[in-house]
Design a protein around this ligand. Sequence first.
Ligand SMILES: [Zn+2]
Ligand SMILES: [Zn+2]
Length: 377
Amino acid sequence: MKKALSIFLVFAALILAVSCSSTANKVVEAKASSYSVVTDTFTYTYDVLADGIQAACGYDIPYTENAPQVAAANGEIRIYYMSSEHMKIDNGDFADRWGDCEFVVLPDGQTMLIDSAKGAYIPYVVSNLKKLGVTTIDYYVQSHLHNDHYGAMLSTSNGIMENFTVKNIIWADCAHTQSIADKFKAKCKQFGITPIVLLRGDTLEIGEVHVDVFNPKQESRGNYNFSGADEVMNNESLGIILTFGNFKALFSGDMYVYAEEDTIKAYTDDPSIFEGVTVVKTNHHGRTTSNCRQWAEFIQPVIAVTTRGEGIDLDTYKNYARYGAHCFGDHPDGYVRIVSDGKNYVTTTCSRTREMSTYKTLDTMAATIRPDLWPAN
Ligand SMILES: [Zn+2]
Ligand SMILES: [Zn+2]
């Protein structure tokens, strides 16, 4: 499809922390803490927070802006991948799957929360949203009903429903068991909400943001008994693409390879909604149950963010890097924030530097598999 274009320049800047190179694209700024590259259509900027803030990277989100106000004032979409690089170390419950939780502010100031993490992270979902100035969640999106995705919505009496005005709830009407489906519906009812069901082919307009739904398929609706098969539930994850101008963000929960391939098949004749994807949340916490090479090739994101609480699976990194994606993960990067005005975007991470061994290993590997995209050094 497209891009891959200038990513190698970004990589060079990040690895070497020096400005470099002369090809069709040019580095307009490259210093130790901020990098940006101009391409035909986008300016990609990678900001690393100042030292004082990096040190504070832990459970608490390091950003202090009133997100809805700033987004509305600037007419921009703001995405916060909630996570923390320290979670695994601090509490065994976080090991491996602390869960998913992505907070999105739309350009008109409306808010969307996609999933709500699990276990001991639940209080931080609430406190981090409050820190970002949130009082109302206009859309709560439940990708699927696994406990590492519904924690602060379903597993607590002091979560998002109790602390914020939740206006709309979206799900795919699929559940691991009947009892979880009943619990989810009861919680919605308790707060006077009739959940909206979205399935493949559905669309939604929220102000200037267009939402396409590509998973699960219509016939999956009402599946409430997967007999404990995690992979079936994961394959029923809600897959959505948010489009704002030239910026596209893709979220698809814990989809496994089966659903990835099924999606590719369903959209082969008309893949237009997948063209120009800017950022993807890697499926199933970046695991190799998912994120197959064909999927990476099909969507070709510019950025892939993994929320997991530990290192990124090498094969996942490789698959996305192979098609030009710049990979971030919560373990090395802490909370990742992406802001776009629909033309350009800025990615901010909490990582001290990509000189750390995690990225050294991965970046070296990327250079090996696609020397045309990544600089050898
Ligand atoms: Zn999960
Ligand atoms: Zn799951």
